[in-house]
Design a protein around this ligand. Structure first.
Ligand code: ZN
Length: 387
């Protein structure tokens, strides 16, 4: 007992150490659970983040409809072709990628306002919008496919109504009030967030390239490239969106193709494959996308150049006669060797180019080519105006 009493301080010490150990163990356990909880929350967050990055909802928008026929061909209406391809595309996605939700802006021959189409996509928080159309110009020889992405440039009232795919507005009421903000410098609020807008445009360009690649390589359609324009239906959407021009109903051969069940199947399956590829990239976070480049062109393939020299004998392109101008090209016509610079699709742009060139070569003048062949400038202007 005495011995024990003597050992009391020792005992107290031991108890203290043991208490400390228990406390430490408990604390360690506590930390362990905290860590576990943090990992758990993080995993939850990560899976949520991952789920957010999956392409879950797509809006398929068949252009025009109801009282708005769209382009009018000899035998067909754009609205019917657009709806047929849109439904076929939806069917492919539904069957082959069933976890994607498909929302149609219309499934029947009905009129839907342009802004409402975009709002359907916005309301449903769609990850992608595909608008399907067919094209038409006055020159019946023009054919091919193109895909539009949203333009970021300024627009004015003229452009607003001039663009063919905005022409559906003619069938709407109170257009001025409802589309008031549709002018380049007074952007709708969602566009002000330029980071999101840039990302959406980048993604749209990726998808546009996949579509055009499919059209060209798998379906054998003429590739008229990716275009950028201020189209209402793309303008108001808050997600990546494209407008596909599946062909020209003003060209009789292409109209037949667009009207045929097989042609519609081929076009829809091409857009489907592009969609599948895009979704795979999107879902795996493969952001190293190869984006499509916007190619500017006018559908009638007319280009303006500045001619700097004409000669009966060929001249070396590096000759001092060209005053160090870059990109000099030789064009043979009228039995002569002609030398040109510049490659512009608009008269206003080639006039600027001419001004620059004239600083070095004062008598430089404007020439025009159609499909690479020389035509008169007045004829070129006339063709562009007619289309
Ligand atoms: Zn259209």
């Amino acid at each position: 007992m005495l011995e024990q009493l003597n050992n009391l301080p020792k005992l107290k010490k031991i108890i203290k150490i043991m208490q400390g150990l228990i406390f430490k163990t408990l604390l360690n356990r506590f930390y362990f659970f905290i860590k576990l909880a943090v990992v758990f929350v993080f995993m939850l967050f990560a899976s949520e983040l991952n789920a957010q990055n999956k392409l879950k909802t797509v809006v398929i928008d068949a252009g025009h409809g109801g009282r708005d026929p769209g382009a009018v061909g000899a035998k067909s209406l754009e609205k019917d072709i657009a709806l047929a391809i849109a439904l076929k595309l939806g069917h492919y996605i539904e069957t082959l990628i069933p976890d994607v939700e498909i929302i149609y802006t219309r499934k029947t021959d009905e009129f839907v306002q342009l802004k409402e189409r975009a709002e359907i996509a916005n309301r449903n928080k769609a990850d992608l919008m595909i608008s399907i159309h067919a094209n038409s110009v006055k020159t019946s020889t023009v054919y091919g496919t193109s895909t539009y992405v949203m333009g970021l440039g300024k627009s004015d009232d003229n452009l607003f109504v001039a663009l063919q795919e905005n022409s559906a507005l003619r069938f709407e009421e109170n257009v001025k009030e409802r589309y008031n903000e549709f002018k380049g410098d007074t952007m709708p609020s969602h566009i002000i967030n330029s980071l999101i807008q840039t990302k959406n445009l980048e993604y749209s360009l990726v998808f546009a390239k996949l579509i055009q690649d499919q059209f060209r390589t798998r379906v054998g359609r003429k590739d008229l490239g990716i275009r950028q324009d201020n189209l209402v239906v793309l303008w108001y959407t808050t997600m990546p969106s494209v407008l596909v021009e599946t062909g020209f109903i003003s060209n009789s051969k292409e109209e037949r193709y667009l009207m045929s069940a097989q042609g519609q199947d081929f076009l829809a399956s091409a857009i489907f494959r592009a969609f599948r590829d895009y979704k795979n990239k999107y879902d795996t976070g493969n952001l190293a996308f190869k984006t499509g480049k916007v190619v500017k062109y006018n559908p009638v393939d007319i280009v303006f150049h500045v001619q700097i020299r004409s000669s009966v004998k060929p001249i070396n392109l590096k000759s001092k006669e060209f005053k160090g101008l870059l990109g000099v090209k030789e064009l043979r016509y009228g039995g002569r060797y002609n030398y040109i610079v510049g490659h512009e699709y608009e008269m206003s742009k080639v006039l600027i180019k001419q001004k620059q060139v004239r600083a070095k070569i004062p008598d430089a003048y404007i020439v025009a080519t159609k499909n690479g062949k020389i035509i008169s400038v007045s004829e070129a202007k006339k063709i562009i105006l007619e289309n």
